[in-house]
Design a protein around this ligand. Structure first.
Ligand code: C5P
Length: 209
């Protein structure tokens, strides 16, 4: 088998994480949720009392990230998403996480990576690229339900405001902004169930094989 990389990018709560997991299962490939890396750096930086706007300091924190932290439930919270998006603007942070992501993508047989810049920066040569999106309102509703399921009670309007702020920051930053790669397949999941979205994603990837 040749190395087969599937890049899945898109904004928060677009369904890309579930789609990446399903693609990994369907094609027998390991999956890396790269958002967890940025969440890990955000949480570590906060715990260290670092100024989140200090690129050198947060970049240094990023070099200390270890895989065991990625299972920490604290990374799945709403607060961690916000911390992640703040530290992700720094090129120093992005550089510190680059090798780990590229090594994962270079696994024999291939891999699925989901994030914001996989198809544009991390794996620009990936043979299969998806850009998964949905309206902010639908994404906020999904995220709100997910947070409620985790026991985090928060108003829908606040989740929608989070989503809009993160979209603006992730899409507006200079370093590796969130954007659809020119050769990525757009998958708008607004009107889809997760089953329909996962099926559509599998068909797109099969066509690219
Ligand atoms: O995907 P998730 O919501 O966990 O990502 C959290 C944050 O991490 C994003 O809002 C984004 O700022 C950052 N991120 C990134 N590049 C990636 C993955 C995530 O900048 N490849």
């Amino acid at each position: 088998m040749t190395t087969f990389v599937i890049a899945v990018d898109g904004p928060a709560a677009s369904g890309k994480g579930t789609i990446a997991t399903r693609l990994g299962a369907a094609f027998g490939l390991p999956v890396l949720d790269t958002g967890l890396l940025y969440r890990g750096v955000g949480v570590l930086a906060e715990r260290a009392g670092a100024d989140l706007d200090d690129p050198e300091r947060v970049g240094a924190v990023a070099t200390t990230l270890t895989a065991d932290l990625l299972d920490d439930a604290a990374l799945r919270t709403r607060a961690a998403g916000e911390l992640a998006s703040r530290v992700a603007v720094h090129p120093q942070v992005r550089a510190a996480l680059l090798d780990f992501q590229r090594s994962f993508a270079a696994r024999p047989g291939g891999a699925v990576l989901d994030g914001r810049d996989i198809g544009t920066v991390i794996c620009p040569d990936a043979p299969a690229k998806l850009y998964v999106t949905a309206t902010p309102e639908v994404r906020a509703e999904r995220r709100w339900k997910q947070l409620a399921g985790q026991g985090e009670s928060v108003a829908y309007e606040d989740v929608l405001a989070d989503i809009r702020r993160r979209d603006a920051r992730d899409g507006g930053r200079e370093a590796a902004p969130m954007t659809q790669a020119p050769d990525a397949n757009l998958l708008d999941t607004t009107e889809m169930t997760i089953e329909q979205a996962a099926d559509a994603a599998r068909r797109i990837v099969e066509a690219a094989r």
